[in-house]
Design a protein around this ligand. Sequence first.
Ligand code: PEP
Ligand code: MG
Length: 325
Amino acid sequence: LNDELHTFASQPARTADGKMIEIAANIACSFEAPAAFEKGAEGIGLFRTEMLFMERSKAPDEDEQFGYYREALEVAADKPVIIRTIDIGGDKPIDYLNLPQENNPFLGYRAVRIYPEFLALFHTQLRAILRAAVHGNAKIMIPMIQSIEEIRWVKQQLEIVKEQLAQESLAFSAEVPLGIMVEIPSVAFIVDQFCKEVDFFSIGSNDMTQYLLAVDRDNASVAKLYNSLAPAFLRMLSQVVQTAHQHGRWVGLCGELGADAKVLPLLIGAGLDEISMSAPKITETKATLCKLNSEDCKTLFEQACQCPTIADVQTLLENAAANQE
Ligand code: PEP
Ligand code: MG
């Protein structure tokens, strides 16, 4: 079996009927990248850069960050590397920023919301990414975007740092694609507007599930209510993918849901272009994928969207899996 899995690692991800879906890896630091590509990753779908800022006494400077991003891009060769700007605050505190204690940190001061106050920190990261982008296929992704104003502000900051870099005669890439995490439910209703601002989307199923269903992702007392198979979640997925595709934008998914083999038929059926997951799951996912028929997955997904309950979606998935065997 191990040999068989090994073959999948080296083959492109596609369904039995030949539909290609990019299977990418989530990483938290550049030294995780080689193992991800050995498992068959076709790109890095989420580089959680906040890990580089945590458990230390001050932020990494521009050159240190440049080194990490460049390393990941070089390991990836020409494959895409989606570098997500820092997602701190909420469940990811950082001592040296002295962020306030909050009653509802998940609804509070985190990610893109703190960038205007910590402008130098944000600019430093953008500069490091744009400089590193010369060495590979980099994309920038912004976490916790909620409004058009926020993404427009981010784009202004990108222009400002590009001008700085040009004036300093530093090598950088001016054409790095920009995307957003779709992890706040309101964004799902205005994807058409966001299509005018960004190049791609990645659904953060961890936060999207928490916010869509109003269930704290870390609270054991309500863990039973935390389930991404909720029909409302599936309809959200459907709406985001369809709208983005109508406007010629691609959509990935980078939360834990992507690593759940049972759910894969639904993610394929929804029409996602890319699924990013923790590296150890990649080979298995490619092996599962090649047994699926994309048209059957589409029908299954449409049926799941019409289910009244999570239990009905689960039964639908179990029956479909049993029919496959
Ligand atoms: C998510 O919210 O699904 C996600 C991928 O981001 P994080 O888990 O880092 O919040
Ligand atoms: Mg998130």
